[in-house]
Design a binder for this molecule. Structure first.
Ligand code: ADP
Ligand code: MG
Length: 252
């Protein structure tokens, strides 16, 4: 397997006449934590969503572990992949959204075990044991039998992370995971993400949490107008003389 886990080349996306991704090239290496920043509307969410094929692209290639997601090569053309194949390819990509997205009619543990039981065919007992382990890892072991509406935003988001991890993803994508949270609960969620980063998870995190960048990120990639306008090492964010620096200064 290549050291590059996520590879985007010449990615273009239009929503109707609106050209929102205008040629994205990005390599993310195994174990790397890339923070995606940029003004609202610059295309961060769209780009993350194209990686696991929640959005289709009109030009370019995206591979995860050298595998196209959503398409296959036919000569030099791309043709849409079958739905069942897309579902298989997506298993390796965990995604956490801004608004938690837990299933409301299921307890937290049911949320976490649903996909591994249905998709990976784990026995209920195995799935339960692993689900409890994951909930413990995000600090929610005591909440296993609680419904999401009884959980705080931070607990829901940690539950969403546990649910994504239950599928053993190769990579995790986070789309502004703390922007709907208050500062206290933001810290709990970032702590779980930092732990994942330390364990070597390959991650792309769209977030403007500069504390997270300083503690856990390796690179900061800035988007503007559907393009990557700067790509710097996280340790150099404060010395960057370019767009990243200007943007980060204005966050305070
Ligand atoms: P960001 O996450 O950086 O704020 P988005 O990826 O959400 O940016 O949006 C990029 C651009 O695409 C914006 O102009 C936005 O209005 C537009 N856009 C996003 N989603 C859709 C959609 N489903 N249909 C049409 N336009 C969209
Ligand atoms: Mg967004």
């Amino acid at each position: 397997m290549s050291d590059v886990v996520i590879r985007a080349r010449g990615v273009h996306k239009w929503y109707g006449a609106l050209h929102v991704l205008r040629g994205i090239d990005l390599d993310v290496h195994r174990g790397e934590v890339v923070c995606l920043i940029g003004p609202s509307g610059s295309g961060k969410s769209t780009f993350l969503r194209t990686i696991n094929h929640l959005e289709v692209i009109q030009e370019g290639r995206i591979t995860v572990d050298d595998r196209l997601i959503g398409y296959r090569e036919d000569g030099d053309r791309l043709v849409p992949e079958r739905e069942d194949q897309i579902a298989v390819a997506r298993r390796g990509i965990g995604m956490v959204f801004q608004n938690f997205n837990l299933f409301w009619h299921m307890t937290l543990l049911q949320n976490v075990v649903e996909a591994p039981t249905r998709v990976l065919g784990l026995s209920p007992a195995e799935a339960r044991a692993r689900g409890l382990e994951l909930l413990d890892r995000v600090g929610l072991a005591e909440k296993a039998d609680v419904y999401p509406r009884k959980l705080s935003g931070g607990q829901q988001q940690r539950g969403a992370i546990a649910r994504a991890l239950a599928m053993h993803p190769e990579v995790m994508l986070f789309d502004e995971p703390t922007s709907a949270l208050d500062p206290e609960t933001t810290g709990e969620v970032l702590a779980v993400m930092e732990e994942l980063a330390r364990e070597g998870m390959t991650m792309i995190v769209a977030s403007h949490e500069m504390g997270f960048v300083r503690r856990a990120a390796h690179r900061v990639v800035m988007m503007e107008g559907g393009l990557i306008v700067e790509d710097v090492s996280a340790s150099r964010v404060d010395e960057s003389t370019g767009r990243v620096r200007d943007f980060v200064v204005r966050l305070h």
